[in-house]
Design a protein around this ligand. Structure first.
Ligand code: ASP
Length: 342
């Protein structure tokens, strides 16, 4: 081949690759953005919330969704967006995560959290931490700064310290209303049946927070943070820190954060199951989410819900309880905030 033909071929190759690079880059920055959040599912009815309480929940959900959305709108990553939204809810006494976390049977708080990056399938999780101000920040540190996926208890706290994350004493998470909830739960359970938090009314149980998002580059992320279930014992850990159960993100299917009765969400591998249906059966997030929440979980007694976002910016938030604190914001649209089933 003559040198000039070789040069021509090289030039052609360069033009084609830079053209496709320019196209990809353009497309990658144009992905529709979307974010959804939840603040727990359960027996949430108009009769249970007075107008001031309802207003307080709506305001905090709006603040959290707006904070996450602003990051996406400015070209930030879905990972940063879900962390920002979750941290606002962790810092609020309204939700069962961070301040306002439920009490264990023994009167403490043991916090769980997890996070997953849909682009890399990297994940981080922490379980049973008592002294880390933001468990979701620790989950992210586990993902980014350790070779592990899941750390627990005092080891996780030591890692948090080494990473320079803010430490607090366990009473930092105390709130009066959760303490009263524990008292009522203890009365209801009695001393005889200390493992029977299962028998507690739903209103004692849920309130986990979570966020899912897709950014301008089409990358998905999911994050979940919780105090678990009121009156839990023996180091019980629910679905929230379990990748595939309470949290999942995969750019090829969807991102999910769950809330509900963790034992069921673990056994039915809820978050990963929904995304697998999307990926392998080609179902929409609506069909896959509704099937798992209503047709798979509910007949078994598994109550709760999920928030789902896919790479096209579709959002779906199915739940089988009376209510789920939730909000979403798609593209440059308005935030949609909802609490009850209707
Ligand atoms: N899923 C959480 C757990 O079982 C509880 C919740 O969603 O509020 O620990």
């Amino acid at each position: 081949m003559s040198r000039s033909v070789t040069r021509l071929l090289a030039l052609l190759a360069f033009c084609t690759s830079s053209a496709s690079f320019a196209f990809d880059d353009h497309a990658a920055n144009d992905n529709p953005i979307a974010i959804a959040i939840h603040g727990g599912a359960g027996t949430i009815t108009r009769a249970n919330l007075n107008p001031e309480q309802e207003q307080a929940y709506r305001a905090k959900l709006t603040e959290a969704i707006d904070a996450g959305h602003a990051i996406l709108a400015n070209g930030g990553s879905s990972m940063d967006a879900v962390i920002a939204a979750v941290q606002i809810m962790e810092a609020s006494p309204l939700f069962n995560a961070g301040i306002g976390a439920v009490y264990t049977f023994d009167g403490e708080h043991e916090l769980d959290a997890s996070i997953m990056d849909g682009k890399t399938r990297e994940a981080g999780a922490v379980a049973g931490v008592k002294t880390v101000k933001s468990p979701i920040a620790l989950a992210r540190a586990v993902m980014e700064k350790s070779v592990h996926v899941m750390l627990s208890g005092t080891g996780a706290e030591q890692f948090a310290q080494e990473q320079g994350l803010e430490q607090v004493t366990n009473d930092y998470f105390n709130t009066e209303h959760r303490h009263q909830q524990l008292q009522r739960a203890r009365e209801q359970l009695g001393e005889a049946d200390k493992q029977a938090y299962l028998a507690l009314d739903e209103k004692f149980k849920y309130g986990t927070v979570g966020a899912v998002a897709v950014d301008k580059h089409g990358n998905l992320a999911a994050a979940t943070s919780t105090g678990g279930m009121t009156a839990k014992r023996y180091g019980r850990i629910g679905d929230s820190p379990i990748i595939g159960a309470g949290t999942w993100a995969d750019n090829e299917s969807c991102a999910i954060s769950a809330t509900g009765h963790g034992e069921y969400f673990i056994r039915y591998h809820v978050a990963a199951d929904i995304c697998s249906r999307v990926k392998y059966l080609g179902e929409s997030i609506q069909v896959a989410g509704d099937t798992v929440i209503h047709d798979v979980l509910l007949p078994q007694g598994g109550t709760g819900g999920v928030i789902i976002v896919d790479a096209d910016g579709n959002v779906h938030m199915p739940f089988n309880t009376e209510g789920m604190y939730r909000a979403s914001k798609v593209g440059d649209g308005q935030a949609e905030v909802a609490i009850y089933r209707d």
